[in-house]
Design a protein around this ligand. Structure first.
Ligand SMILES: Cc1cc2nc3c(=O)[nH]c(=O)nc-3n(C[C@H](O)[C@H](O)[C@H](O)COP(=O)(O)OP(=O)(O)OC[C@H]3O[C@@H](n4cnc5c(N)ncnc54)[C@H](O)[C@@H]3O)c2cc1C
Ligand code: SF4
Length: 450
């Protein structure tokens, strides 16, 4: 068990350090020039498209008039994770996608880059942007240290509550540290934001401590029962679980990776290398598949992405597919992997695929795609079983924690939840928005308000 406050940056020697930033931070002149393009629309569709409802024209106007600190305050008051969202958000389908400039076929306002400029430059110079309320004496346990829990902890600490975050991994930050594509955001940026959140008030982070359903054994575990009895409220930010498997011959063994596992190593494991991999097959059609395909391609690997349906049916974002293609990824649609092929020494040599129709394989249509690495990105399992150890908490048929959407309270009056374990896997900004909803209700409940 380690109590982290503050924590050193991620160790050097990680593959993610090799990636260039696709959208580097603006300097002041660039930011003002871009801000001056904004029309400050009165019905601002960009605000409606932001899950946290940031007042985008107001913060952009503040940048244009040289009030960068005010801009950061506007952003962070609506979204405490404004720093990571500035880099990680798929703005193309959110705020920038809704910008009126698109209607005229013109480049939308670069809202994410403006947000990044305002928040990063402000927090570097003036991190004490918000003052916490006096201590209330109430204690809240937060399970997991991903975006949902850290957003909730930051907001609760500003209300004067004491927070203790339990994270089973050694590295904190959840997928913000370990999952976001390194050409968008690198681990140290996520850790920097986490440290800023920890500085907002009375927050303790215990890494390497798992919350378990049954009896806890040793200092690296704590039970759900202990949390319920020792804390005034509990927030579950459990995220999702391990990568799902395809279940085909040859899948188990070296050279076949779950995509999230491989991304975590690229981002956080010092010394991790691809070991001479030249060709890879990525299986899947969602954003995780696009991310790992794009990352491998930028690392110099020739990548074929195999998807069992058509390009039009992919759940991954169009702009991500375009970006991946531009950097060399080849999409092979309407193909289903049926076996991973290995040589006598067990080394991966390729993937046998069959053509599909309507997602179903057609026997007798086999082809072989050569590869020396396979990354499987067909979804993540649920890791929500532990939630059932909190009396009254329920899971739906898909294993998601059931909450009242207006309050994010579960069936247990002391337990709230948000983020991927509730929404089934969305974006960082959704985790931040759901955490804010939960915090409003926790604060009301702890103060005795209805
Ligand atoms: C590969 C990948 C790339 C992504 N890229 C983007 C992107 O570019 N932009 C974007 O906005 N979103 C992206 N997302 C989605 C985004 O990362 C998630 O929506 C977000 O991290 C959800 O936050 P969370 O806190 O709910 O879960 P997580 O980030 O998963 O955090 C959950 C944490 O809880 C911990 N935990 C779980 N169970 C326990 C337990 N019993 N005890 C203690 N700790 C526990 C886990 O170890 C983990 O650290 C991506 C997701 C993936 C998989
Ligand atoms: S829609 Fe575009 S132009 Fe209008 S306020 Fe938003 S960012 Fe500015």
């Amino acid at each position: 068990m380690r109590v982290m406050q503050p924590r050193p940056a991620l160790p050097p020697g990680r593959l993610e350090e090799k990636f260039d930033d696709k959208k580097p931070r603006y300097d002041a002149a660039e930011a003002v020039a871009e801000a001056n393009r904004c029309l400050y629309c009165s019905d601002a569709p960009c605000i409606a498209a932001c899950p946290t409802g940031i007042d985008i024209p107001t913060f952009i106007h503040k940048i244009a008039t040289g009030n960068t600190k005010g801009a950061a305050r506007t952003i962070l008051s609506a979204n405490i994770l404004g720093a990571s969202c500035a880099q990680a958000c798929p703005v193309e389908v959110l705020c920038a996608g809704a910008c009126v400039y698109n209607l005229w076929g013109r480049e939308p306002i670069q809202i994410g880059r403006l947000q990044r400029f305002a928040v990063e430059t402000t927090l570097e110079k003036a991190p004490r942007l918000f003052q916490p309320n006096p201590r209330t004496g109430k204690k809240i346990a937060l399970v997991g240290s991903g975006p949902a829990s850290i957003a909730a902890a930051g907001l609760l600490a500003l209300e004067g509550h004491t927070c203790v975050i339990f994270e089973r991994k050694e590295l904190p930050g959840g997928l913000n540290t370990l999952g976001i594509a390194p050409y968008k955001m690198k681990g140290p940026d996520a850790i920097r934001e986490l440290e800023w959140i920890l500085s907002l008030g009375d927050i303790e982070l215990r890494t390497g401590v798992e919350v378990v359903g049954g009896r806890a054994s040793g200092p690296r575990q704590i039970s759900a029962e202990e949390l319920i009895s020792q804390y005034d409220a509990v927030f579950l930010g459990l995220g999702l679980g391990a990568d799902s498997k395809i279940g085909i011959e040859g899948e188990d063994g070296p050279g076949v990776w779950g995509a999230v596992d491989l991304i975590e190593r690229i981002k956080a494991q010092p010394g991790f290398a691809l070991g001479g991999v030249k060709r890879a097959v990525v299986v899947g059609g969602g954003n995780t598949a696009l991310d790992i395909a794009h990352e491998l391609s930028l690392l110099g690997v020739e990548v074929d992405m195999v998807y069992r349906r058509s390009e039009a049916e992919m759940s991954g974002y169009r702009h991500e597919l375009d970006g991946a293609r531009k950097d060399g990824v080849r999409l092979i649609e309407n193909r289903q992997p049926v076996a991973v092929l290995r040589d006598e020494a067990g080394k991966v040599t390729g993937v046998r695929v069959q053509r599909t129709e309507g997602g179903r394989p057609l026997p007798g249509t086999d082809e072989v795609i050569s590869a020396d690495l396979v990354a499987v990105a067909i979804g993540q399992n649920r890791a929500t079983q532990v939630a059932l150890a909190f009396p009254g908490v329920q899971l739906d048929a898909k294993g998601r924690v059931v909450v009242d959407p207006k309050t994010h309270r579960t069936g247990n009056p002391k337990v709230w939840s948000g983020g991927d374990c509730v929404n089934g896997g969305k974006e960082v900004v959704n985790a931040a928005a759901e955490a804010r909803t939960a915090v409003r209700d926790i604060v009301a409940a702890l103060s005795g308000r209805p």
